[in-house]
Design a protein around this ligand. Structure first.
Ligand code: ATP
Ligand code: BTN
Length: 329
């Protein structure tokens, strides 16, 4: 019922309780109850006396039917779900992992109320404008086998965006999708959050969360403490359903290859798309900082820095990579 009501509202126009009730064959009182549920889910509804309710703007909702028409690989998952509002798609997949040890699952959401980045940082997830999804993917060889996974996922997204005509997408080690070049150079387009559960030395399950900005508006930027941009702002105007279907297809393809062969076959392509290659950077470690020139990743997906003491490789962990600005070092 929630979905049916939000579909009426998706055009961004005002709809009266009476009209919506007539459209759905239910009473105005029942519509009122549903609207309250949507508001309780933090879905942004405007109401004006005498006019009715509307969403702040027209939106293209995600629908399984539309995803499938666009080639979404439902057959690869034991379940594919779309939620209107959720705390975090990663949280959902982590709880699905508690009872499903060997299946693959996917959940997509129109919004997240507690979307997360690395180290618990907030991921801004407004309603029906961007993509937020998580995949639960079992791995049989334990934690060691997933080294480089966030890089492989980034590459899948980069391939998909390129295929859909979005130019100038670069990768930032270990988990960011950035704009590489042009006026929005360096702005963050998306991020990847990988979490693990199960037996770290044997069969474990990996939750792969992807947030991809399609439409970042001025009001969003006040809530993000770095440069961010959406595909729309880069000139792309691609259907959310088509975009999601294409990305998930590329992701499944990369994950299947990665499960069998690890990161090594993807190393070259990742390095070709490295937004920081050859740049002077600093790596912020928990209790120190190291400066060097970005020298791409090795076959394990470790970041290589050319430092004063020679070439050094670093694992993705509690580390952050930043470009060194002029006069800094
Ligand atoms: P690091 O290099 O340490 O990973 P990061 O800045 O990329 O640094 P993450 O934890 O990967 O940090 O990402 C979370 C950060 O992303 C938040 O601190 C916030 O500044 C930013 N952020 C939150 N929502 C969005 C969004 N929708 N688009 C772009 N950036 C966002
Ligand atoms: C980052 O750049 O730190 C990673 C951001 C990952 C955000 C996605 S949105 C879908 C999934 N659910 C979450 O809570 N986080 C990831």
């Amino acid at each position: 019922m929630n979905h049916a009501l939000i579909e009426i509202l998706a055009d961004g126009q005002f709809h009266s309780g009476e009209d919506m009730g007539a459209g759905l064959g239910i009473s105005r009182a029942a519509i009122w109850k549903q609207l309250q549920k949507l508001e309780a889910m933090n879905i942004p509804l405007h109401s004006v006396k005498g006019k009715g309710y509307r969403l702040p703007e027209a939106v293209e909702l995600l629908k399984l039917e539309s995803l499938q028409k666009a080639g979404f690989p439902s057959g690869k998952f034991a379940s594919s779900k779309i939620e209107l509002s959720i705390d975090s798609t990663n949280n959902r997949m982590m709880s699905v992992a508690e009872t499903n040890v060997s299946d693959r699952h996917i959940v997509l959401a129109e919004m997240q109320t507690a979307g997360r980045g690395r180290r618990g940082r907030q991921w801004l997830s407004p309603f029906a404008r961007n993509l937020y999804f998580s995949v639960l993917w079992p791995f049989s060889q334990g934690i060691a086998a997933i080294q480089g996974l966030s890089l492989a996922v980034g590459l899948a997204i980069q391939r998909s965006l390129k295929e859909q005509g979005v130019q100038g997408v670069g990768l930032k080690w270990p988990n960011d999708i950035l704009v590489n070049g042009g006026v929005a150079n360096g702005a963050k387009l998306g991020g990847i959050l990988i979490e693990l559960t199960g037996d770290m030395s044997d069969a474990c399950q990996v939750v792969i969360g992807v947030g991809l900005n399609l439409d970042i508006q001025a009001k969003d930027l006040t809530q993000i403490d770095q440069q961010a941009v959406g595909v729309k702002q880069l000139g792309g105007n691609i259907s959310r359903n088509a975009m999601a279907a294409n990305i998930v297809n590329h992701l499944c393809e990369v994950l299947e290859q990665f499960s069998a062969q690890g990161f090594a076959p993807l190393q070259q392509e990742w390095n070709d798309n490295d937004a920081f290659r050859g740049k002077k950077v600093k790596l912020i470690l928990p209790s120190s900082e190291i400066q060097g020139i970005c020298a791409g990743v090795n076959e394990k997906g470790e970041l290589q820095l050319q430092t004063d003491e020679g070439l050094k490789a670093f694992n993705a962990g509690e580390v952050s990579l930043r470009v060194v600005t002029e006069g800094e070092g």
